[in-house]
Design a protein around this ligand. Structure first.
Ligand code: SAH
Length: 242
């Protein structure tokens, strides 16, 4: 089966029916990624079949752990440490009603994202900055219905970088590998301090043995205290609650 047919059938297996517009944009994004990789170091995963599963399908798995009606709703999300746009770009493609801010600390990646958002006509904003600083800006604090992050930091630090962006009543989804539960055990105290509650862990496996995943959803129950996030680097260097 061709890599993209495979994506359609694997997406369908997790309850996602991708239409032809979405498929065309995902293919276009893959082409932009391969092209962009010649100029900037965007991803190690370039083989089409592997990228389709490990980047595209993996990004879309977060939809399978959120209430289905959210997909059609007009809502906003932030993807913290989005890198080359994962999970943010595939989510903007598949949920055209969503507005997404793609935040990253690396200028070259943000430049690539800005070009891609324009080329793909997505309702997104590529933002250059560090989460520790951007989360203190009232334009971004407590503003988002959803926050996502993949492969950015351990769960405690990640919660400190992501939860301040989320509105009370919104949700944060951390995309983790098989160490998800262990990281979560060490992060529970921090999550509570940061205003998170209602934690759920969803285990899933990518097809063709491409890896185990844990999607950790955290609801934001109360405002994050003003002290957080701490200054740049602190969330990683001195994980909260440990
Ligand atoms: N989410 C992407 C990229 C992961 S690599 C993916 O899964 O493919 C981690 C990215 O997070 C890098 O691009 C790095 O620049 C960014 N990053 C790390 N710490 C950050 C911070 N505090 N604020 C903003 N971006 C950060």
């Amino acid at each position: 089966m061709d890599a993209w047919q495979n994506l359609l059938s694997e997406a369908s297996a997790i309850g996602l029916e991708l239409d032809s517009d979405a498929l065309a944009k995902l293919k276009r994004y893959y082409a932009l990624l391969i092209e962009g990789n010649k100029k900037a170091n965007l991803t190690r995963i370039t083989d089409e079949r592997e990228a389709v599963i490990k980047h595209f399908l993996d990004s879309l798995t977060v939809l399978s752990v959120l209430p289905r009606e959210l997909r059609e709703r007009k809502l906003s999300f932030i993807d913290v440490g989005t890198g080359a746009g994962f999970p943010g770009i595939p989510l903007l493609i598949v949920c055209p009603n969503w507005h997404g801010v793609l935040l990253d600390a690396t200028g070259k990646k943000v430049a690539f994202l800005a070009e891609s958002i324009q080329a793909l006509e997505l309702d997104g904003l590529a933002l250059h900055g560090r989460a520790e600083e951007v989360a203190r800006d009232p334009a971004h604090r407590d503003r988002y219905d959803l926050a996502f992050a993949r492969a950015v930091a351990e769960m405690s630090a990640l919660s400190e970088l992501c939860l301040p962006f989320v509105k009370v009543g919104g949700r944060f989804v951390a995309m983790k590998g098989s160490a998800g539960e262990t990281e979560l055990a060490k992060a529970r105290k921090a999550i509570k301090i940061l205003g998170g509650a209602g934690i759920e862990v969803h285990a899933l496996e990518l097809p063709e043995g491409m890896g185990e995943r844990r999607l950790i959803t955290v609801s934001k129950a109360s405002a994050t205290p003003k002290a957080y996030p701490r200054r740049t680097g602190m969330p990683n260097q001195q994980p909260l609650g440990q």
